[in-house]
Design a protein around this ligand. Structure first.
Ligand SMILES: Nc1ncnc2c1ncn2[C@@H]1O[C@H](COP(=O)(O)OP(=O)(O)OP(=O)(O)O)[C@@H](O)[C@H]1O
Length: 292
């Protein structure tokens, strides 16, 4: 059996020099990022760092002011449905399900980019359409089983608990048979148990051969999950590396805490506190000695 290592794996996503300006504001500046087959890559950064804007540049919602985005070597067309058709699926920061449709119907909607039957075939319900419909139904049920919602296929999406709605969004994205899945804050609002389940789900998606790029504020989740992490700050890529490297990088810590570290972080403060404590101990000892 051959296994693909990240070094030799094909590049699924190649974003190069991506810049996005809104009038005078540069939300993303000259960002390069690659995702290889078999990888889970994390994108972190403080609020307003440009993470979602960068996602929107990858998925055709925004046309980058500068730079190119390639999927498996081909430059992507700047239209969301064509990007989905090419093989990139995404979920959004805020849940965007069809609330009054069933769980199964929501997944079937996600399948439409892979259905070739035309309008007349659908209207006349010819044999080609019926075959395609049965195949879509079967695939949608497989996906519901994969995420553990097969028993709720007939429930209305709006009646699902929050964690299940998030899972359903992922199933709908998977219905387009992507080679790359972009997840925008998949654990936002989840309790620790739901977050753990999501982590397992993303590992299982990776094991299905789908590369994953994930934005998340939950650092424990991201460092546990990802093979590689990139940190955006004020639209620029500040650091990229293994979870260990990024976690230990003083610039990343400073970006989150809002204070730059210089030299040994906090050494002066520690020395000051220790000196003050030593002084107060001397004073206390002397006072005690004087009263005896
Ligand atoms: N359509 C837009 N028009 C103008 N400015 C925008 C637009 N979209 C985003 N911005 C600005 O671009 C910057 C980056 O925003 P973005 O939402 O990409 O950050 P983020 O890193 O995803 O933040 P968060 O973690 O809070 O979701 C912000 O200053 C934001 O106000």
């Amino acid at each position: 059996m051959t296994t693909t290592t990240p070094e030799t794996a094909t590049t699924v996503l190649d974003a190069s020099g991506v810049t996005m300006r809104f009038g005078g504001l540069t939300a993303v500046r000259n960002v390069d990022l690659t995702v290889k087959a078999g990888e889970i890559v994390g994108l972190i950064g403080p609020n307003g760092a440009g993470k979602t804007t960068f996602f929107n540049c990858l998925t055709g919602l925004y046309v980058p002011t500068e730079g190119t985005v390639r999927y498996k070597g081909t430059v992507l067309p700047p239209k969301p449905h064509l990007v989905t058709q090419a093989g990139i699926a995404r979920t959004f920061q805020n849940i965007r399900l069809f609330a009054n449709m069933t769980v199964l119907e929501n997944v079937l909607v996600g399948r439409h980019t892979r259905t070739k039957e035309g309008l007349w075939s659908a209207l006349l319900r010819g044999p080609g359409f019926k075959k395609a419909e049965a195949a879509s139904h079967e695939r949608a049920m497989e996906l519901l089983e994969f995420i553990g919602l097969q028993d709720k296929a007939d429930h209305l999406a709006r009646n699902l608990p929050y964690g299940d709605q998030r899972k359903l969004e992922i199933a709908r994205a998977l219905a387009s048979d992507p080679g790359l899945l972009l997840l925008d804050e998949p654990t936002a609002g989840m309790n620790p148990q739901e977050t753990r389940v999501t982590e397992e789900l993303i590992f299982a998606i990776r094991d299905m051969g789908i590369a994953v790029l994930v934005i998340e504020h939950d650092m424990r989740f991201i460092f546990n999950l990802c093979d590689r992490v990139a940190c955006l700050v004020q639209g620029e890529k500040l650091v990229e590396g293994s979870p260990g490297e990024v976690q230990a990088d003083e610039r990343v810590v400073a970006a989150y805490l809002g204070t730059p570290f210089e030299g040994d972080p906090g050494a002066d403060e520690v020395a000051e506190v220790e000196a003050a404590e030593a002084q107060s101990t001397t004073r206390t000892t002397r006072t005690e000695g004087e009263t005896q």
